[in-house]
Write a protein that binds this ligand. Sequence first.
Ligand SMILES: *Cc1c(COP(=O)(O)O)cnc(C)c1O
Length: 377
Amino acid sequence: MVSTMVGPDTSTGAEVQGATGCLTIDLSALGRNYTRLASIVAPARVAAVVKANAYGLGVERVATILDRKGCRHFFVAHLSEALELRPMVSGDAQVFVLNGLQPGCEIACTEGGIIPVLNSMEQWRRWSTAACSLNRILTAVLQFDTGMSRLGVPPDERPALAQALRTDRNVEILFIMSHLASADEPDSDQNGEQLAEMRRIAAEFAGLDLSFANSGGVFLGDGYHGALARPGIALYGGAPTAGVLSPMEPVVSLDVAVVQVRTVPAGTKVGYGGVHVTQRDARLATIAAGYADGLPRSLSDRGAVYYEGVRLPIVGRVSMDSITVDVSALPEGTLTLGSLVEVLGSNQTLEDLARDAGTISYEILTGLGDRYQRRYR
Ligand SMILES: *Cc1c(COP(=O)(O)O)cnc(C)c1O
């Protein structure tokens, strides 16, 4: 008879049925986070940034909930993401492409009902030309660079653009926007500098609504809210401000299955390169997720997973498909094949894991692989 991979603990093992683990996404917490942000910035509105598959959580489920909560502005990075998202949200919702209007995309944009964020005079000109040849008015958003040097109309193009907008009747600008580089650090001077620049721009392009705040910006105060905030990470339970207790509800938890347990004597090498050597007799468990599942290799010999509140340190290098943890702190026999250990949950936040990996919550979230069984609550 062919043996199965499932060990004696089939009650929990059955939950993941051969997957590496279970990624649970709490859609009601997501909805409450949206409502929370909306109440903070009211009477300004709250858009949702759902780029990169809603930060890895599944854009269809996420957008559907937010649409139901009344969100009518959705931002993605690329046109392809926008075209995928468009049918998932209400007809009166607007879908914006942050990375701008790329050459040759004008018709796909108009036919798809997508609103480009124009990042230069040249992009505006192409949109205006498209409007002219279609003999209709096209809508757009204008993004300005206020000090990040990433996307947006550069300062030296502003006078000509302001002049052009005064006479152009082909493009209707819905609002102007910019992006904060240091919004998660309330003490950074860059916030005030960018706000001052945004106010100068608002005066040059008078009469247009403003969109400025990402997640961090929402918590910088009313001055940053404009007419439309654009949070991403805070919706998904990430901390909007560095180093302070997050006011957002966690949305994601991750439990990974144990696939082997063993007891080894002191002096035993663990994992690739043999870089970890046990200092004493130890019980080890190998769990079924590695760097291919978005658990960075920088967690090698750093960080931990949890089981019923007990910390289980990661030992040795993170492999592609597995990680070995020291489970000596648990009574023998506690973990068996198929037992699930917590990687993200009540004992370990996204920020905790990100810190141990030397990265940020955004990179952890967007990197979580597709070998997990995704469960929506
Ligand atoms: C990604 C992004 C956001 C969302 O940022 P968070 O920090 O996740 O809230 C908002 N605006 C722009 C332009 C972005 O690129």
